[in-house]
Design a protein around this ligand. Structure first.
Ligand SMILES: Cc1cc2nc3c(=O)[nH]c(=O)nc-3n(C[C@H](O)[C@H](O)[C@H](O)COP(=O)(O)O)c2cc1C
Ligand SMILES: CCCCC(=O)C(=O)O
Length: 387
C-alpha cells in the first residue's frame, strides 16, 4: 500500500513535467487560472462563479486555514492504507467527484470523460440530474467503476420514479438528493453575461431521454426546445415538499440515500429521523446562499449531532490533501471534490480529470504519511490545532 497514490509524485519528477509545463499544473490556483484561458468566458464564469458577493465561497477556503495539522514523528507511516467504505461503496480513498451538471460546456467529452477518469482510479462519480449525458451513457463509460446518482427532485412522482428506476437499472448504487438548489441563487457573473446553459438545452440529457418526462410534453424537445426546458425547470424548482416527502424516495430507492446541502444539526437529525443513510454537509461551493456559514465550520456540530446515526460526508472548498485530512479529522466520512477536476476536464478531458484526481490523492497520501498517519481511522480532532 505504500505509495499507492504518492507514486504520482515520482512519476511527475521522472518525466520532468511539473510546474506549468505540459501536461498540467499540480497547483489548484494555477490550474484554475489556466482553465480560465481555455474555457469560453461564459462557461468559466459559470463554473467558477458563486452567489452574491462570493462571501461564502471565500469563507469555505478561509475555514480550512483556521485549522492546522500537527505532524508526528517516527510513527512508521511508510505503509499506508487510505481505503474506506462510504455508503456501502468500498473506496481506495474517501474522495468522490461531486455532482457537477452541464459538463458539455467545459469539454466535448463531458461526463463520459469524467466517468472514465474516475473509474480508472476506483473513485465514484456522482452523476448530476443536470448532466449533459444520459444516465445510461455515463454508466457505459463508467464500466466497472463505482457510480452514484444525484437527484434534482421532480415534483411529478412518475417522472421521479422513472428517473430513479433508470439509475438503479444502470448500476448507480447510492442516491444523493440535493436540497439546497430548489431554485438558482442570485449569481451576478451569470446575470451580467446573461448566461444560463439550461436555456440553450444544455444539461437536459436526463429528462429529455426519459419516456415519462417526454409523455408530459405537448411537443418533443427536438421540436420545441424552450417549452421542454421550461417544463423541466418548473418540475424541479419550488419547495412544496417537506420532510414527510422523503418517504417517497425511501420507497423508490432501495440503496443508500444521502441528503446534500445540509448545514444545520437539526436538519441532519431530521434526515436521520426520516431514515436517510447520510448527509452531505455542503453549501454548494458557495453558489447558493451568499453569506451562508462556511461548510467546514458546521461540520463538527453536525457530526456531534448525528455521526452515530448516519454517515456525514462533506464538500465545499476542498483543494488540497491537507484539506481532505482536516475534513476527515473533523468527522467527515468522505469528501466530495467539485471545481478542481472540472478545470482538469477543461485542460485535457479524461486525462485532465485523472491528473487532478491523482494529484489530490498523492498530496493526501503524502500529507497523511508525513503527519504520521497510516489509516483514515487515525484521523480525529486530536490531530488538528486551531490556527
Ligand atoms: C459548475 C458546477 C455545477 C454544479 N452542478 C451541481 C449539480 O448539478 N448538482 C449538485 O448537487 N451540485 C452541483 N454543484 C455543486 C457541487 O456538487 C459541490 O457541492 C461544490 O462544487 C463543492 O464545492 P467546490 O467546488 O468548492 O469543491 C455544481 C458545482 C459547480 C461548480
Ligand atoms: C439546476 C442547477 C444545476 C446546476 C447547479 O447545481 C449549479 O450550477 O450549481
Amino acid at each position: 500500500m505504500a505509495g499507492q497514490f504518492a507514486g504520482y509524485q515520482n512519476e511527475i519528477y521522472l518525466q520532468g513535467y511539473g510546474g506549468t509545463a505540459p501536461p498540467f499544473t499540480t497547483d489548484a490556483t494555477r490550474l484554475e487560472a489556466a482553465a480560465a484561458e481555455l474555457m469560453g468566458p461564459e462557461a468559466y464564469s459559470y463554473v467558477a462563479g458563486a452567489a452574491g458577493s462570493g462571501a461564502t465561497a471565500s469563507a469555505n477556503r478561509a475555514a480550512f486555514d483556521r485549522w492546522r495539522l500537527v505532524p508526528r514523528m517516527l510513527t512508521d507511516a511508510t505503509e499506508r492504507d487510505l481505503s474506506s467504505t462510504v455508503l456501502g461503496t468500498p473506496l481506495p480513498a474517501p474522495v468522490l467527484l461531486a455532482p457537477v451538471g452541464v459538463q458539455s460546456i467545459v469539454h466535448a467529452d463531458a461526463e463520459r470523460a469524467t466517468a472514465r477518469a474516475a473509474a480508472a482510479l476506483g473513485l465514484p462519480v456522482v452523476l448530476s440530474t443536470a448532466s449533459s449525458t444520459s444516465i445510461e451513457d455515463v454508466a457505459e463509460a463508467s464500466g466497472d467503476g463505482p457510480r452514484w446518482f444525484q437527484l434534482y427532485w421532480p415534483n411529478d412522482p412518475d417522472v421521479c420514479g422513472s428517473i430513479l428506476s433508470r439509475a438503479r437499472e444502470a448500476g448507480y448504487t447510492a442516491l444523493v438528493v440535493t436540497l439546497d438548489t430548489w431554485t438558482l441563487a442570485w449569481r451576478p457573473s451569470d446575470l451580467d453575461s446573461g448566461y444560463l446553459p439550461f436555456l440553450q438545452g444544455e444539461g437536459m440529457a436526463v429528462p429529455f431521454s426519459d419516456p415519462v418526462f417526454r409523455s408530459r410534453l405537448d411537443k418533443a424537445p427536438e421540436d420545441d426546445l424552450p417549452s421542454a426546458v421550461l417544463r423541466w425547470i418548473s418540475m424541479i424548482t419550488g419547495t412544496d415538499r417537506g420532510w414527510d416527502a422523503l418517504a417517497f424516495l425511501r420507497e423508490h430507492w432501495d440503496g443508500p440515500i444521502a441528503l446534500k446541502g445540509i448545514q444545520h444539526p437539526d436538519d441532519a437529525r431530521r434526515a436521520a429521523d426520516a431514515g436517510m443513510d447520510g448527509v452531505v454537509v455542503s453549501n454548494h461551493g458557495g453558489r447558493q446562499v451568499d453569506g451562508a456559514v462556511a461548510s467546514l465550520d458546521v461540520l463538527p456540530e453536525i457530526v456531534a449531532a448525528v455521526g452515530d446515526r448516519l454517515e456525514v460526508l462533506f464538500d465545499s472548498g476542498v483543494r488540497t490533501g491537507a484539506d481532505v485530512v482536516k475534513a476527515l479529522a473533523l468527522g467527515a466520512r468522505a469528501v466530495l471534490l467539485g471545481r478542481p477536476w472540472v478545470y482538469g476536464l477543461a485542460h485535457g478531458g479524461e486525462d485532465g480529470v485523472r491528473h487532478v484526481l491523482r494529484s489530490l490523492l498523492a498530496d493526501l497520501d503524502l500529507t497523511m504519511g508525513l503527519s504520521g498517519h497510516r489509516r483514515i481511522t487515525e484521523l480525529t480532532p486530536a490531530v488538528l490545532r486551531r490556527a
